[in-house]
Design a protein around this ligand. Structure first.
Ligand code: FAD
Ligand code: 2HG
Ligand code: ZN
Length: 476
Protein backbone atom coordinates (compact mmCIF):
# COMPACT_ATOMS: atom_id res chain seq x y z
CA UNK A 1 0.00 0.00 0.00
CA UNK A 2 1.48 3.38 -1.00
CA UNK A 3 1.83 6.03 1.69
CA UNK A 4 -0.82 8.74 1.60
CA UNK A 5 0.22 12.27 0.54
CA UNK A 6 -0.97 13.46 3.98
CA UNK A 7 1.37 11.05 5.75
CA UNK A 8 4.32 12.08 3.59
CA UNK A 9 3.47 15.73 4.20
CA UNK A 10 3.45 15.12 7.97
CA UNK A 11 6.88 13.50 7.76
CA UNK A 12 8.20 16.44 5.73
CA UNK A 13 6.84 18.80 8.36
CA UNK A 14 9.02 17.03 10.93
CA UNK A 15 12.31 16.58 9.06
CA UNK A 16 12.08 19.22 6.33
CA UNK A 17 12.57 18.57 2.63
CA UNK A 18 16.29 17.78 3.22
CA UNK A 19 15.30 14.90 5.47
CA UNK A 20 13.19 13.01 2.92
CA UNK A 21 14.51 11.04 -0.06
CA UNK A 22 11.89 10.15 -2.69
CA UNK A 23 13.80 10.31 -5.97
CA UNK A 24 14.28 6.64 -7.03
CA UNK A 25 17.84 7.33 -8.20
CA UNK A 26 18.77 8.79 -4.81
CA UNK A 27 16.90 6.07 -2.92
CA UNK A 28 18.84 3.28 -4.66
CA UNK A 29 21.82 3.22 -2.30
CA UNK A 30 19.49 2.76 0.70
CA UNK A 31 17.85 -0.28 -0.88
CA UNK A 32 20.81 -2.58 -1.30
CA UNK A 33 23.70 -3.56 0.92
CA UNK A 34 27.48 -3.29 0.61
CA UNK A 35 27.76 -6.64 -1.22
CA UNK A 36 24.62 -6.11 -3.28
CA UNK A 37 23.47 -9.41 -1.80
CA UNK A 38 20.05 -8.07 -0.69
CA UNK A 39 17.72 -5.75 -2.57
CA UNK A 40 14.48 -4.21 -1.35
CA UNK A 41 11.98 -1.44 -2.04
CA UNK A 42 10.81 1.36 0.23
CA UNK A 43 7.93 3.80 0.24
CA UNK A 44 10.22 6.52 1.56
CA UNK A 45 13.68 7.12 3.00
CA UNK A 46 13.64 9.53 5.96
CA UNK A 47 16.75 11.14 7.49
CA UNK A 48 15.98 12.86 10.80
CA UNK A 49 18.67 15.07 12.33
CA UNK A 50 17.73 14.92 16.04
CA UNK A 51 16.33 12.48 18.58
CA UNK A 52 13.10 14.51 18.73
CA UNK A 53 12.72 14.23 14.95
CA UNK A 54 13.29 10.46 15.12
CA UNK A 55 10.63 10.24 17.85
CA UNK A 56 8.12 12.28 15.85
CA UNK A 57 8.69 10.19 12.69
CA UNK A 58 8.35 6.92 14.61
CA UNK A 59 5.14 8.11 16.27
CA UNK A 60 3.65 9.01 12.87
CA UNK A 61 4.64 5.54 11.60
CA UNK A 62 3.13 3.92 14.68
CA UNK A 63 -0.17 5.75 14.27
CA UNK A 64 -0.33 5.01 10.52
CA UNK A 65 0.88 1.39 11.02
CA UNK A 66 3.90 1.90 8.73
CA UNK A 67 6.83 -0.48 9.24
CA UNK A 68 10.23 1.10 9.93
CA UNK A 69 13.64 -0.23 8.84
CA UNK A 70 16.45 1.52 10.76
CA UNK A 71 19.64 1.99 8.77
CA UNK A 72 23.15 3.22 9.56
CA UNK A 73 26.11 2.79 7.22
CA UNK A 74 24.48 -0.16 5.46
CA UNK A 75 27.57 -2.35 5.90
CA UNK A 76 25.79 -5.16 7.78
CA UNK A 77 26.35 -8.59 6.28
CA UNK A 78 22.94 -10.18 6.96
CA UNK A 79 20.59 -7.76 5.17
CA UNK A 80 19.25 -6.32 8.43
CA UNK A 81 19.14 -2.75 7.13
CA UNK A 82 17.46 -3.57 3.81
CA UNK A 83 13.65 -3.26 3.50
CA UNK A 84 11.53 -6.07 2.07
CA UNK A 85 10.26 -6.16 -1.52
CA UNK A 86 6.78 -4.79 -0.75
CA UNK A 87 7.66 -1.11 -1.20
CA UNK A 88 5.53 -0.26 1.86
CA UNK A 89 8.27 0.08 4.46
CA UNK A 90 9.98 3.30 5.52
CA UNK A 91 13.77 3.33 5.73
CA UNK A 92 14.87 5.47 8.66
CA UNK A 93 18.48 6.48 8.11
CA UNK A 94 20.37 7.80 11.15
CA UNK A 95 23.26 9.21 9.14
CA UNK A 96 22.41 12.86 9.89
CA UNK A 97 22.68 12.26 13.62
CA UNK A 98 26.43 12.64 13.80
CA UNK A 99 27.25 14.70 16.85
CA UNK A 100 29.71 13.73 19.51
CA UNK A 101 27.75 15.21 22.36
CA UNK A 102 30.27 14.99 25.17
CA UNK A 103 33.64 13.59 26.20
CA UNK A 104 34.02 13.15 29.96
CA UNK A 105 37.69 12.41 30.55
CA UNK A 106 37.37 11.92 34.30
CA UNK A 107 34.57 9.39 33.74
CA UNK A 108 36.44 7.91 30.73
CA UNK A 109 33.31 8.10 28.56
CA UNK A 110 32.07 9.58 25.31
CA UNK A 111 28.43 10.36 24.52
CA UNK A 112 27.84 9.93 20.83
CA UNK A 113 24.92 9.99 18.40
CA UNK A 114 23.95 6.92 16.39
CA UNK A 115 24.97 8.23 12.96
CA UNK A 116 28.61 8.93 13.86
CA UNK A 117 30.94 6.87 11.67
CA UNK A 118 33.05 4.51 13.77
CA UNK A 119 36.33 5.95 12.41
CA UNK A 120 35.26 9.48 13.39
CA UNK A 121 34.60 8.25 16.91
CA UNK A 122 38.05 6.60 17.04
CA UNK A 123 39.61 9.85 15.83
CA UNK A 124 37.70 11.97 18.36
CA UNK A 125 38.85 9.66 21.16
CA UNK A 126 42.41 9.85 19.91
CA UNK A 127 42.34 13.66 19.79
CA UNK A 128 41.22 13.58 23.42
CA UNK A 129 44.22 11.36 24.26
CA UNK A 130 42.11 8.21 24.66
CA UNK A 131 41.26 5.05 22.74
CA UNK A 132 37.88 3.86 21.53
CA UNK A 133 38.87 0.28 20.75
CA UNK A 134 36.17 -1.16 18.49
CA UNK A 135 37.92 -1.88 15.20
CA UNK A 136 36.65 -3.60 12.06
CA UNK A 137 37.10 -3.61 8.30
CA UNK A 138 34.05 -1.44 7.65
CA UNK A 139 35.02 1.23 10.21
CA UNK A 140 35.25 3.95 7.54
CA UNK A 141 31.52 3.54 6.73
CA UNK A 142 29.68 1.80 9.58
CA UNK A 143 27.93 3.83 12.27
CA UNK A 144 27.82 3.62 16.03
CA UNK A 145 24.08 2.86 15.82
CA UNK A 146 24.74 -0.09 13.51
CA UNK A 147 27.61 -1.26 15.74
CA UNK A 148 25.27 -1.22 18.73
CA UNK A 149 22.33 -2.77 16.92
CA UNK A 150 24.50 -5.67 15.72
CA UNK A 151 26.68 -5.84 18.85
CA UNK A 152 29.66 -5.61 16.51
CA UNK A 153 32.90 -7.40 17.34
CA UNK A 154 35.96 -7.08 15.10
CA UNK A 155 39.68 -7.42 15.71
CA UNK A 156 40.21 -6.10 19.25
CA UNK A 157 37.48 -8.01 21.13
CA UNK A 158 40.12 -10.25 22.66
CA UNK A 159 41.32 -7.38 24.83
CA UNK A 160 38.46 -4.88 24.99
CA UNK A 161 35.26 -6.85 24.38
CA UNK A 162 32.53 -6.31 21.79
CA UNK A 163 30.15 -3.37 21.53
CA UNK A 164 27.97 -4.64 24.37
CA UNK A 165 30.94 -4.56 26.71
CA UNK A 166 31.90 -1.06 25.58
CA UNK A 167 28.49 0.46 26.33
CA UNK A 168 27.34 2.13 29.56
CA UNK A 169 24.12 3.83 28.47
CA UNK A 170 21.68 4.27 25.58
CA UNK A 171 19.07 6.68 24.30
CA UNK A 172 16.35 4.85 22.39
CA UNK A 173 13.19 5.86 20.56
CA UNK A 174 10.64 3.16 21.36
CA UNK A 175 8.27 1.76 18.71
CA UNK A 176 5.44 4.07 19.87
CA UNK A 177 7.64 7.17 19.62
CA UNK A 178 8.48 7.59 23.33
CA UNK A 179 12.10 8.48 24.09
CA UNK A 180 13.92 6.37 26.69
CA UNK A 181 16.80 8.40 28.07
CA UNK A 182 19.16 5.80 29.50
CA UNK A 183 22.29 7.89 28.84
CA UNK A 184 23.85 7.13 32.21
CA UNK A 185 27.61 6.85 32.30
CA UNK A 186 27.53 4.49 35.27
CA UNK A 187 29.77 1.51 35.71
CA UNK A 188 27.58 0.26 38.51
CA UNK A 189 23.78 0.32 38.43
CA UNK A 190 21.92 -2.67 39.85
CA UNK A 191 18.44 -1.20 39.92
CA UNK A 192 16.78 -4.20 38.33
CA UNK A 193 16.96 -5.38 34.72
CA UNK A 194 19.68 -3.81 32.58
CA UNK A 195 17.45 -2.64 29.72
CA UNK A 196 20.21 -1.40 27.43
CA UNK A 197 21.15 -5.01 26.73
CA UNK A 198 17.73 -5.63 25.17
CA UNK A 199 18.52 -3.08 22.47
CA UNK A 200 22.19 -3.91 21.90
CA UNK A 201 22.24 -6.66 19.29
CA UNK A 202 18.48 -6.34 18.60
CA UNK A 203 19.10 -5.26 14.97
CA UNK A 204 16.49 -2.51 15.00
CA UNK A 205 13.63 -4.85 15.95
CA UNK A 206 12.89 -3.25 19.35
CA UNK A 207 13.48 0.47 18.79
CA UNK A 208 15.77 3.07 17.27
CA UNK A 209 19.04 3.73 19.09
CA UNK A 210 19.74 7.46 18.83
CA UNK A 211 22.73 7.92 21.15
CA UNK A 212 25.01 6.04 23.54
CA UNK A 213 27.48 6.53 26.38
CA UNK A 214 30.56 4.47 25.52
CA UNK A 215 33.71 3.59 27.44
CA UNK A 216 37.06 5.16 26.65
CA UNK A 217 40.43 3.54 27.38
CA UNK A 218 44.02 4.74 27.77
CA UNK A 219 45.64 5.40 24.38
CA UNK A 220 48.25 2.85 23.33
CA UNK A 221 51.70 4.16 22.34
CA UNK A 222 53.60 0.98 21.41
CA UNK A 223 52.70 -1.76 19.00
CA UNK A 224 54.21 -4.94 17.56
CA UNK A 225 52.64 -6.91 14.71
CA UNK A 226 53.63 -10.35 13.45
CA UNK A 227 52.58 -12.46 10.48
CA UNK A 228 53.08 -16.10 11.38
CA UNK A 229 52.86 -19.26 9.25
CA UNK A 230 51.31 -22.24 11.01
CA UNK A 231 51.06 -25.93 10.18
CA UNK A 232 47.50 -26.30 11.52
CA UNK A 233 44.66 -24.65 13.47
CA UNK A 234 45.79 -26.68 16.52
CA UNK A 235 49.11 -24.83 16.32
CA UNK A 236 47.14 -21.58 16.47
CA UNK A 237 45.37 -22.74 19.64
CA UNK A 238 48.70 -23.67 21.22
CA UNK A 239 50.29 -20.42 20.11
CA UNK A 240 47.53 -18.17 21.39
CA UNK A 241 47.63 -19.84 24.81
CA UNK A 242 51.36 -19.30 24.99
CA UNK A 243 51.33 -15.69 23.77
CA UNK A 244 48.50 -14.79 26.11
CA UNK A 245 50.35 -16.28 29.04
CA UNK A 246 53.45 -14.29 28.13
CA UNK A 247 51.89 -10.98 27.17
CA UNK A 248 48.61 -10.96 29.13
CA UNK A 249 46.47 -7.93 28.21
CA UNK A 250 49.02 -6.63 25.71
CA UNK A 251 47.66 -9.24 23.31
CA UNK A 252 45.13 -7.12 21.41
CA UNK A 253 44.47 -9.19 18.30
CA UNK A 254 44.92 -12.77 17.19
CA UNK A 255 43.46 -13.44 13.74
CA UNK A 256 43.78 -16.72 11.84
CA UNK A 257 43.53 -17.25 8.06
CA UNK A 258 43.69 -20.25 5.75
CA UNK A 259 45.98 -20.16 2.72
CA UNK A 260 42.89 -20.08 0.47
CA UNK A 261 41.76 -16.82 2.13
CA UNK A 262 45.17 -15.22 1.64
CA UNK A 263 45.39 -16.40 -1.98
CA UNK A 264 42.14 -14.58 -2.79
CA UNK A 265 43.59 -11.36 -1.36
CA UNK A 266 46.87 -11.76 -3.25
CA UNK A 267 44.90 -12.24 -6.45
CA UNK A 268 42.29 -9.52 -6.09
CA UNK A 269 43.47 -6.74 -3.78
CA UNK A 270 45.88 -4.31 -5.37
CA UNK A 271 49.17 -3.71 -3.58
CA UNK A 272 49.11 -6.85 -1.41
CA UNK A 273 52.02 -9.27 -1.49
CA UNK A 274 52.97 -12.44 0.38
CA UNK A 275 55.28 -11.49 3.26
CA UNK A 276 56.84 -14.98 3.34
CA UNK A 277 58.87 -16.78 0.67
CA UNK A 278 56.84 -20.03 0.68
CA UNK A 279 53.09 -20.68 0.91
CA UNK A 280 51.87 -22.27 4.16
CA UNK A 281 48.54 -23.87 5.12
CA UNK A 282 47.54 -21.41 7.87
CA UNK A 283 48.55 -17.98 9.14
CA UNK A 284 48.08 -15.94 12.28
CA UNK A 285 48.24 -12.16 12.55
CA UNK A 286 49.22 -11.22 16.08
CA UNK A 287 49.20 -7.74 17.54
CA UNK A 288 50.52 -6.55 20.88
CA UNK A 289 49.90 -3.04 22.19
CA UNK A 290 50.98 -1.16 25.28
CA UNK A 291 50.19 2.21 26.79
CA UNK A 292 53.90 2.74 27.57
CA UNK A 293 55.90 4.44 24.77
CA UNK A 294 58.78 2.32 23.43
CA UNK A 295 57.64 -0.79 25.31
CA UNK A 296 59.79 -3.74 24.15
CA UNK A 297 56.90 -5.52 22.45
CA UNK A 298 58.87 -6.81 19.45
CA UNK A 299 61.27 -8.52 21.86
CA UNK A 300 58.35 -10.04 23.72
CA UNK A 301 56.92 -11.35 20.44
CA UNK A 302 60.33 -12.74 19.45
CA UNK A 303 60.56 -14.57 22.77
CA UNK A 304 57.09 -16.02 22.30
CA UNK A 305 57.72 -17.03 18.70
CA UNK A 306 61.12 -18.51 19.58
CA UNK A 307 59.41 -20.92 21.97
CA UNK A 308 56.74 -21.63 19.34
CA UNK A 309 59.42 -22.50 16.72
CA UNK A 310 60.93 -24.99 19.16
CA UNK A 311 57.53 -26.58 19.69
CA UNK A 312 56.96 -26.67 15.88
CA UNK A 313 53.78 -24.57 16.22
CA UNK A 314 55.29 -22.00 13.86
CA UNK A 315 56.85 -22.61 10.42
CA UNK A 316 57.96 -19.10 9.57
CA UNK A 317 57.27 -15.56 10.80
CA UNK A 318 57.89 -11.91 10.12
CA UNK A 319 57.61 -9.06 12.62
CA UNK A 320 56.73 -5.67 11.12
CA UNK A 321 59.54 -3.20 11.59
CA UNK A 322 57.45 -0.07 11.01
CA UNK A 323 53.86 1.17 10.75
CA UNK A 324 53.73 0.74 6.96
CA UNK A 325 54.72 -2.92 7.22
CA UNK A 326 52.19 -3.51 9.98
CA UNK A 327 49.49 -1.87 7.83
CA UNK A 328 50.47 -4.11 4.89
CA UNK A 329 50.03 -7.20 7.08
CA UNK A 330 46.62 -5.99 8.26
CA UNK A 331 45.62 -5.29 4.64
CA UNK A 332 46.11 -9.00 3.91
CA UNK A 333 43.66 -9.83 6.69
CA UNK A 334 41.13 -7.04 6.14
CA UNK A 335 41.08 -7.63 2.38
CA UNK A 336 39.62 -11.13 2.59
CA UNK A 337 35.98 -10.07 2.65
CA UNK A 338 36.34 -7.87 -0.44
CA UNK A 339 38.58 -10.39 -2.25
CA UNK A 340 36.05 -13.17 -1.83
CA UNK A 341 33.41 -11.02 -3.54
CA UNK A 342 35.48 -11.26 -6.74
CA UNK A 343 35.09 -15.05 -6.75
CA UNK A 344 31.33 -15.03 -7.32
CA UNK A 345 28.60 -15.56 -4.72
CA UNK A 346 29.94 -16.41 -1.29
CA UNK A 347 28.01 -18.23 1.39
CA UNK A 348 28.87 -16.58 4.69
CA UNK A 349 28.80 -18.45 7.98
CA UNK A 350 29.86 -16.32 10.93
CA UNK A 351 30.12 -19.04 13.55
CA UNK A 352 31.70 -19.39 16.97
CA UNK A 353 32.77 -22.40 18.98
CA UNK A 354 34.98 -22.58 22.07
CA UNK A 355 38.55 -21.71 21.02
CA UNK A 356 39.72 -25.19 22.05
CA UNK A 357 37.24 -26.78 19.60
CA UNK A 358 38.22 -24.82 16.49
CA UNK A 359 40.69 -27.42 15.13
CA UNK A 360 38.22 -30.30 15.41
CA UNK A 361 35.40 -28.15 14.01
CA UNK A 362 37.47 -27.22 10.96
CA UNK A 363 38.67 -30.75 10.35
CA UNK A 364 35.21 -32.33 10.59
CA UNK A 365 33.35 -29.62 8.71
CA UNK A 366 35.93 -29.42 5.90
CA UNK A 367 35.69 -33.16 5.46
CA UNK A 368 31.88 -33.25 5.50
CA UNK A 369 31.67 -30.46 2.90
CA UNK A 370 34.25 -31.96 0.55
CA UNK A 371 32.44 -35.32 0.76
CA UNK A 372 29.05 -33.83 -0.07
CA UNK A 373 29.98 -30.84 -2.27
CA UNK A 374 33.28 -31.77 -3.94
CA UNK A 375 35.38 -28.84 -5.07
CA UNK A 376 33.81 -26.09 -2.92
CA UNK A 377 36.45 -23.59 -1.85
CA UNK A 378 36.46 -23.13 1.90
CA UNK A 379 37.56 -19.65 2.92
CA UNK A 380 37.90 -19.93 6.67
CA UNK A 381 39.42 -17.16 8.71
CA UNK A 382 38.52 -14.93 11.58
CA UNK A 383 38.89 -13.77 15.09
CA UNK A 384 40.61 -16.88 16.43
CA UNK A 385 41.10 -15.38 19.88
CA UNK A 386 37.30 -15.14 20.24
CA UNK A 387 36.58 -18.59 18.78
CA UNK A 388 34.88 -16.76 15.88
CA UNK A 389 35.38 -18.17 12.39
CA UNK A 390 34.10 -16.69 9.15
CA UNK A 391 33.62 -20.10 7.60
CA UNK A 392 32.75 -18.85 4.13
CA UNK A 393 32.29 -20.92 1.01
CA UNK A 394 33.02 -20.01 -2.61
CA UNK A 395 31.80 -22.03 -5.56
CA UNK A 396 33.96 -24.75 -7.12
CA UNK A 397 36.05 -23.42 -10.01
CA UNK A 398 34.15 -23.57 -13.28
CA UNK A 399 30.69 -24.03 -11.67
CA UNK A 400 27.76 -21.75 -12.52
CA UNK A 401 26.63 -19.25 -9.86
CA UNK A 402 23.04 -20.53 -9.96
CA UNK A 403 24.01 -24.18 -9.50
CA UNK A 404 26.14 -23.24 -6.49
CA UNK A 405 23.46 -21.02 -4.97
CA UNK A 406 20.91 -23.83 -5.24
CA UNK A 407 23.10 -25.75 -2.76
CA UNK A 408 23.15 -22.88 -0.27
CA UNK A 409 20.61 -24.38 2.11
CA UNK A 410 22.25 -27.81 2.11
CA UNK A 411 25.73 -26.37 2.66
CA UNK A 412 24.45 -24.16 5.46
CA UNK A 413 22.77 -27.12 7.16
CA UNK A 414 26.03 -29.08 7.24
CA UNK A 415 27.91 -26.14 8.75
CA UNK A 416 25.26 -25.16 11.29
CA UNK A 417 24.65 -28.75 12.40
CA UNK A 418 28.35 -29.12 12.98
CA UNK A 419 28.43 -25.77 14.83
CA UNK A 420 25.61 -26.94 17.09
CA UNK A 421 27.33 -30.21 17.77
CA UNK A 422 30.30 -28.20 19.08
CA UNK A 423 28.01 -26.10 21.31
CA UNK A 424 28.62 -23.09 19.08
CA UNK A 425 26.61 -20.16 17.73
CA UNK A 426 25.40 -19.70 14.14
CA UNK A 427 26.03 -15.96 14.39
CA UNK A 428 29.02 -14.79 16.38
CA UNK A 429 29.12 -11.09 15.46
CA UNK A 430 27.07 -10.24 12.34
CA UNK A 431 23.58 -10.86 13.74
CA UNK A 432 20.65 -12.60 12.04
CA UNK A 433 19.19 -9.87 9.82
CA UNK A 434 17.03 -11.34 7.09
CA UNK A 435 19.63 -14.02 6.28
CA UNK A 436 19.40 -16.22 9.35
CA UNK A 437 16.08 -15.99 11.23
CA UNK A 438 15.00 -19.45 10.00
CA UNK A 439 18.35 -20.93 10.94
CA UNK A 440 18.05 -19.33 14.40
CA UNK A 441 14.59 -20.86 14.82
CA UNK A 442 16.08 -24.22 13.88
CA UNK A 443 19.31 -24.14 15.85
CA UNK A 444 18.70 -21.88 18.85
CA UNK A 445 17.19 -23.21 22.07
CA UNK A 446 13.35 -23.03 21.66
CA UNK A 447 13.00 -21.59 25.16
CA UNK A 448 15.41 -18.77 24.31
CA UNK A 449 13.43 -18.07 21.12
CA UNK A 450 10.20 -18.00 23.15
CA UNK A 451 11.67 -15.49 25.63
CA UNK A 452 12.95 -13.35 22.75
CA UNK A 453 9.48 -13.35 21.15
CA UNK A 454 7.96 -12.30 24.50
CA UNK A 455 10.33 -9.30 24.64
CA UNK A 456 9.51 -8.40 21.02
CA UNK A 457 5.75 -8.51 21.67
CA UNK A 458 6.10 -6.43 24.83
CA UNK A 459 8.08 -3.62 23.22
CA UNK A 460 6.69 -3.76 19.68
CA UNK A 461 3.19 -5.25 19.90
CA UNK A 462 2.29 -3.99 16.40
CA UNK A 463 5.39 -5.60 14.87
CA UNK A 464 6.44 -2.40 13.09
CA UNK A 465 10.15 -2.40 13.94
CA UNK A 466 12.20 -4.02 11.18
CA UNK A 467 9.76 -6.86 10.38
CA UNK A 468 11.24 -10.12 9.09
CA UNK A 469 14.58 -9.49 10.79
CA UNK A 470 15.77 -11.66 13.70
CA UNK A 471 12.38 -13.45 13.57
CA UNK A 472 11.14 -14.85 10.26
CA UNK A 473 7.98 -13.11 9.03
CA UNK A 474 4.95 -14.47 10.88
CA UNK A 475 7.09 -16.08 13.59
CA UNK A 476 7.53 -13.00 15.81
P1 FAD B 1 23.70 -1.21 9.07
O1 FAD B 1 24.23 -2.19 8.13
O2 FAD B 1 23.10 0.01 8.49
O3 FAD B 1 22.59 -1.93 9.98
C1 FAD B 1 22.86 -3.13 10.64
C2 FAD B 1 21.65 -3.51 11.51
O4 FAD B 1 21.49 -2.57 12.56
C3 FAD B 1 20.32 -3.51 10.76
O5 FAD B 1 19.51 -4.50 11.30
C4 FAD B 1 19.74 -2.14 11.07
O6 FAD B 1 18.33 -2.14 10.99
C5 FAD B 1 20.22 -1.91 12.48
N1 FAD B 1 20.46 -0.52 12.83
C6 FAD B 1 21.35 0.35 12.25
N2 FAD B 1 21.35 1.50 12.91
C7 FAD B 1 20.44 1.39 13.92
C8 FAD B 1 19.99 2.27 14.95
N3 FAD B 1 20.48 3.50 15.10
N4 FAD B 1 19.04 1.82 15.80
C9 FAD B 1 18.54 0.57 15.68
N5 FAD B 1 18.93 -0.28 14.73
C10 FAD B 1 19.87 0.12 13.86
N6 FAD B 1 31.01 -6.86 11.89
C11 FAD B 1 31.65 -7.27 13.00
O7 FAD B 1 31.00 -7.46 14.03
N7 FAD B 1 33.00 -7.50 13.01
C12 FAD B 1 33.77 -7.31 11.92
O8 FAD B 1 34.97 -7.56 11.95
C13 FAD B 1 33.13 -6.82 10.74
N8 FAD B 1 33.85 -6.57 9.65
C14 FAD B 1 33.22 -6.13 8.53
C15 FAD B 1 34.02 -5.89 7.41
C16 FAD B 1 33.42 -5.45 6.23
C17 FAD B 1 34.28 -5.19 5.03
C18 FAD B 1 32.01 -5.25 6.20
C19 FAD B 1 31.33 -4.74 4.96
C20 FAD B 1 31.23 -5.48 7.33
C21 FAD B 1 31.81 -5.93 8.49
N9 FAD B 1 31.07 -6.20 9.64
C22 FAD B 1 31.70 -6.63 10.78
C23 FAD B 1 29.58 -6.17 9.62
C24 FAD B 1 28.76 -5.02 10.21
O9 FAD B 1 28.00 -5.52 11.33
C25 FAD B 1 29.43 -3.85 10.73
O10 FAD B 1 30.03 -3.29 9.60
C26 FAD B 1 28.59 -2.75 11.46
O11 FAD B 1 28.35 -3.05 12.84
C27 FAD B 1 27.26 -2.39 10.86
O12 FAD B 1 27.05 -0.99 11.05
P2 FAD B 1 26.18 -0.14 10.02
O13 FAD B 1 26.11 1.24 10.53
O14 FAD B 1 26.68 -0.30 8.64
O15 FAD B 1 24.75 -0.84 10.18
C1 2HG C 1 35.74 -9.75 9.03
O1 2HG C 1 36.12 -10.18 10.12
C2 2HG C 1 34.31 -9.38 8.87
O2 2HG C 1 36.53 -9.54 8.09
C3 2HG C 1 33.69 -9.81 7.55
O3 2HG C 1 33.55 -9.78 9.95
C4 2HG C 1 33.55 -11.29 7.42
O4 2HG C 1 32.95 -11.05 5.11
C5 2HG C 1 32.93 -11.77 6.10
O5 2HG C 1 32.42 -12.88 6.10
ZN1 ZN D 1 34.69 -10.58 11.55
Amino acid sequence: MALSPEFIHSIEQVVGAAGVVRDPALMASYLTDWRNAYQGQAALVVRPATTEEVAAVVRLCHDARVAVVPQGGNTGLCGGSIPDASGTELVLSLTRMKRIRDIDLANETVTVEAGVILRQLQEAASEAGRLFPLSLGAEGSCTVGGNLATNAGGTAVLRYGNMRELTLGLEVVLPDGRIWNGLRGLRKDNTGYDLKHWFIGSEGTLGIITAAVLKLFPATHSKATAWVALPSPQAAVDLIGHVRGLCADRLTGFEMMSRQSVEFVLEHVAGCSDPLAEPHPWYALIELRDTVPDAPLAQLLETGLGHAFEKAWVLDAVIASNHAQAAALWALREGISEAQNHEGPSLKHDISVPVSQIPAFIEHTDRALQDQFPGVRIVSYGHMGDGNLHYNISKPLGHADAAFKSQEQAIMNVIYRMTSSYNGSISAEHGLGQAKPRAAAQFKDPLEMELMRAIKRTLDPLGLMNPGKVFAAGLE
